[in-house]
Write a protein that binds this ligand. Structure first.
Ligand code: C5P
Length: 227
């Protein structure tokens, strides 16, 4: 039987990608399937948490049982949903792949290839939701980030991850090694691997396995810290 170590806790998990409109028919998006975030939400609910899953663009996934799903598409919508649900949360996990840029202005009409220069699409930087959540400094609330890093060796991925954890200021960071050494596609596959880094300097290797198994290891560490 699963531990009920998240009973009475509210956890917010973001999953999938964000999609930024360029015009009424086109988007800037990414290939995140949402599988890791959905697994985190499902496992948290099975362990007794009240779960809000802020779901961006994903593959066709079954919504997890007993989870509140808030569907979003743009980064701005994901930001509002995460900040809103995060107000009374014990844990916020940003597993989503957020678009770094969006169109500076969304065209009202379909951009025509004949009368527009490809360079005419101007982009602007999106807000960093994870950093905003951390900046709120809600006492007792834990914040978990994700990072996909490429590197030729474990120590590269670990040192990039450690630097990112410090830059973002989160309590935990899950680092997935993508491409490079393993060539493993953490985005679309059913399996995942990496490290769980803690702000206390800890690092736990997360062996290759199902996204549910990886989720369970993350919740083990989070539940221990909440206790
Ligand atoms: O900076 P980078 O995109 O590598 O950081 C990844 C982490 O930051 C993930 O947890 C992701 O959900 C979060 N993030 C965010 N808002 C952004 C970009 C990333 O919350 N605009």
């Amino acid at each position: 039987a699963l531990p009920r170590d998240l009973e009475g806790r509210h956890v917010v998990v973001s999953a999938g990608g964000t999609a930024e409109p360029l015009d009424p028919v086109r988007i800037l998006g990414n290939r995140s399937s949402g599988r890791q975030g959905y697994a985190l939400a499902r496992v948290a609910a099975q362990r007794g948490a009240r779960v809000t899953l802020v779901s961006g663009t994903t593959a066709a996934l079954e919504p997890p049982a007993a989870v509140d799903v808030v569907g979003v598409r743009t980064t701005e919508d994901m930001r509002s949903a995460v900040l809103d649900a995060g107000k009374d949360a014990d844990v916020v996990v940003m597993a989503a792949a957020v678009a770094d840029f969006r169109a500076a202005a969304v065209a009202d009409f379909k951009i025509k290839k004949t009368d527009s220069d490809p360079d005419a699409i101007r982009l602007t930087r999106n807000p960093d939701i994870l950093r905003e959540v951390v900046a709120e400094q809600v006492p007792g609330r834990l914040v978990v980030g994700f990072a996909a890093e490429t590197g030729d060796a474990d120590h590269d991925v670990l040192s990039f991850g450690r630097a990112k954890l410090e830059r973002k200021g989160c309590d935990f960071l899950v680092v997935n090694a993508v491409g490079g050494r393993t060539g493993h596609n953490a985005f679309e596959g059913a399996d995942n691997e990496g490290w769980l880094l803690g702000a206390d300097g800890s690092s736990v290797q997360l062996p290759m396995g199902s996204k549910a198994a990886l989720a369970a290891r993350v919740w083990d560490a989070v539940a221990e810290r909440l206790a």
